[in-house]
Write a protein that binds this ligand. Structure first.
Ligand SMILES: [Zn+2]
Length: 148
């Protein structure tokens, strides 16, 4: 039990020292937020995996009692699972952002490549916002407009 407490204190101290370094490195940078969030999560996950490896080694070499080993291991695995879930969430958000940005870009490109004038109805004057063959307002045919 004493060993458990000692290790937990050591981990807490390590986190106390390392965490400000990591956040100082990631905050105030020029990278977009989602990149640093994912990078940070990945770093923290690697740290947990390292700790697990060390723990495994110490247990195999008989430095840790089985119940301490299992308790700490459960802790680490929970932490890793939490980081994994957070990573997936962040990646999902990033993907959603990318989809929205692509959509906006393609709509802008569409608007640029197709000037409104081509879809303005000569019968009623309605400016159809999309490339159509028939006026959305009065139904008149919009053949060969704007290409005089
Ligand atoms: Zn019309």
């Amino acid at each position: 039990m004493l060993l458990t407490i000692t290790i937990l204190i050591a981990v807490a101290m390590a986190a106390y020292v390392v965490f400000p370094l990591l956040s100082a490195e990631t905050s105030g940078g020029t990278l977009p937020l989602d990149v640093t969030v994912l990078g940070d999560l990945k770093r923290r996950r690697l740290v947990v995996y390292d700790n697990l490896k060390d723990l495994e080694f110490e247990y195999q070499s008989g430095k840790i009692a089985r119940e301490d080993y299992e308790a700490i291991r459960t802790n680490y695995l929970g932490e890793a699972a939490g980081l994994m879930a957070a990573t997936q969430e962040a990646e999902q958000l990033k993907q959603n952002d990318a989809v929205v940005e692509r959509e906006i870009a393609s709509r802008r490109a569409l608007r640029k490549s197709q000037p409104k004038i081509e879809y303005k109805c000569q019968a009623c004057g309605y400016e159809n916002p999309l490339p159509v063959k028939f006026c959305g307002e009065c139904g008149a045919r919009l053949a060969a407009q704007g290409k005089k």
